[in-house]
Ligand binder design. Sequence first.
Ligand code: ATP
Ligand code: MG
Length: 294
Amino acid sequence: MHSSLEYLAERYRITNGKKFRLKDVDPADTGMLKSPEKATELLQHSVQLLSEFQEKLYAQDQWALLIIFQAMDAAGKDGTIKHVMSGVNPQGCEVTSFKGPSALELDHDFLWRSTKALPERGRIGIFNRSYYEEVLVVRVHPDFLEKQTLPPKLVTKDIWKERFADIRAFESYLGRNGVVVRKFFLHVSKAEQRRRFLERLNEPKKHWKFSAADVEERGHWDEYMEAYEDMIRHTATRHSPWYVVPADNKWFTHLVVASAIIETLESLHLQFPKVGKEKLRELAAAKRALLNEK
Ligand code: ATP
Ligand code: MG
């Protein structure tokens, strides 16, 4: 890895959430980098590295990578996915965006729709929002929980703790099956969100991105921050860590996410499949035949 990329993501990685406090991460932090120029150069390099790792991941066909993005509106999920994955072969990568659940989805357990979208071996799966909404938006808006029509005796004050435990168990199950899970919370400040909303309102090309519901959710800011903090405290583990990524500067967000993914893929020691003697003989024969063609 490029030396400036190494360890860049490490300081934002939470592997044990017990003592985690959201206020310890500054959304405006840019680490050692003071300006976007150097970051752009590093990002280009990371995109190249990522593409090489992905090729091996695909060829080896053993591991899968699941990348989860959670964030408040306008924190930059879409842009991060677009920039960080720009060099990746679309055949080896699938993005799933999770919106409010359909009637069919509401009729199932809360992990159901996510399990259907899990990446197969050799692939990268990206969740733009995820089952974590079940302890975020659903927690902030109790009427969403009501719509899930759970048996009333199962809905107690412990429901969030129980969901955390279920999520931890699910992710450890995935890990044991070769699906590596990495989770990113893009941590934007309330002031920067306001600036970005206003930008969307002032620029006709960005109008489609704006929805009145976004401002409504902004009204629940503190409740969301509490829910995020509690979620990270209970679901950051060694095998599936959270990265709490400063998101007030998009160029920095992209770089931290890229660096975390590269670090993860590097740790898998991916190898192109080795070809046996038999296969080598077959290849030599094919080459001879092609060279001897008239
Ligand atoms: P964009 O950048 O386009 O705004 P987005 O991810 O915010 O992307 P939207 O369609 O605006 O997409 O919002 C999706 C909404 O669906 C979010 O408000 C999210 O909280 C909500 N949602 C996702 N999962 C669930 C869930 N399980 N239960 C209830 N609401 C959910
Ligand atoms: Mg939205």
